[in-house]
Design a protein around this ligand. Structure first.
Ligand SMILES: Cc1cc2nc3c(=O)[nH]c(=O)nc-3n(C[C@H](O)[C@H](O)[C@H](O)COP(=O)(O)OP(=O)(O)OC[C@H]3O[C@@H](n4cnc5c(N)ncnc54)[C@H](O)[C@@H]3O)c2cc1C
Length: 258
């Protein structure tokens, strides 16, 4: 293992944060249990005082076909997984198109689009060197209780990559802003769209400093230029407070605040 300085104002998708020492885990290293693991930082908001951080090195970015299964290392970026699936005509990964991150981040978040989620196609996850069957892992809408750091996952192989499905799911992103963000700030409460609730309490387009609830999609907290953690946190708390007051609904963050 070794330390690497990562500037989160550049690395994180929302472009908030500062240069921070991150412990890089290499193959064969014992994974510390007193550090927070980050993946591609596409779902994170880094404070000026984050907990000690670690990250899986490129040793964990691989795809292998083993024993009739697809084994993917947890540091593998989603874009490369989709390219592999397309090239080898493997079905199931179409929804990962334009869903930024690593496999590890997808597993921890049970990332997905509409009814397509990573747990639907998952077979098992490697944690602490053991293969854990999907059925034994509690999971649901945008969460999975992994009980440790995922180093790899296995998927059964079904042939038939669908470019049509890829295109359909990609088209759903037409109403998403291109500005730096961490994707949806809040999970959708049952029977509601978080963006609609934020809009209904008058916060669509509302700005504090350089952070803003996007005009294009109100559940996207965007960084207009040099937004800070404090301004982002202010807007998150404001939305929660207003939606609770006006609708009695407690919004729950999808973004992880560190
Ligand atoms: C423009 C944009 C669009 C997005 N669209 C979607 C979407 O359609 N659907 C969706 O679900 N999400 C979406 N997201 C959010 C994000 O892409 C996903 O949550 C993604 O899975 C995050 O992966 P990551 O590697 O960046 O994880 P990070 O943001 O680095 O981490 C997220 C969480 O995963 C945990 N984690 C990371 N790696 C591991 C590991 N190996 N083992 C255990 N825990 C781990 C971290 O501790 C953290 O709690 C979007 C984000 C952006 C910026």
């Amino acid at each position: 293992m070794f330390f690497k300085t990562i500037d989160f104002s550049k690395y994180s998708s929302i472009k908030v944060g500062q240069p921070t020492e991150v412990l890089m885990i290499e193959k064969g290293d014992a994974i510390p249990n007193n550090r927070y693991l980050i993946g591609g930082a596409n779902n994170l908001l880094i404070s000026p005082t984050p907990p000690p951080l670690m990250m899986l090195s490129k040793d964990f970015a691989y795809i292998d076909e083993k024993e009739g299964m697809l084994e993917i290392g947890a540091a593998m970026p989603t874009g490369r997984i989709v390219s592999y699936a397309k090239k080898h005509n493997i079905a199931g990964f179409e929804f990962c198109t334009k869903l930024p991150g690593t496999l590890g981040g997808m597993l921890a978040m049970n990332a997905g689009v509409k009814e397509y989620e990573i747990f639907n196609i998952l077979h098992s996850v490697q944690i602490d060197g053991k293969w854990i069957a999907k059925e034994t892992i509690e999971h649901g809408y945008r969460f999975a209780k992994l009980k440790g750091i995922a180093t790899a996952a296995r998927f059964e192989i079904y042939r038939g990559y669908s470019q049509e499905l890829n295109n359909t799911l990609q088209a759903l992103r037409a109403n998403q802003p291109h500005d730096p963000s961490a994707g949806s700030a809040f999970k959708n409460p049952k029977n509601y769209a978080a963006g609609r609730l934020i809009e209904a309490v008058g916060l669509k387009g509302f700005r504090k400093g350089d952070m803003q609830w996007s005009h294009i999609h109100a559940n996207f907290l965007i960084n207009v230029e040099s937004g800070t953690f404090e301004d982002a946190k202010y807007l998150i708390d404001l939305a929660k407070e207003k939606v609770l007051k006006e609708f009695g609904i407690a919004l729950q963050e999808e973004i992880k605040l560190l």
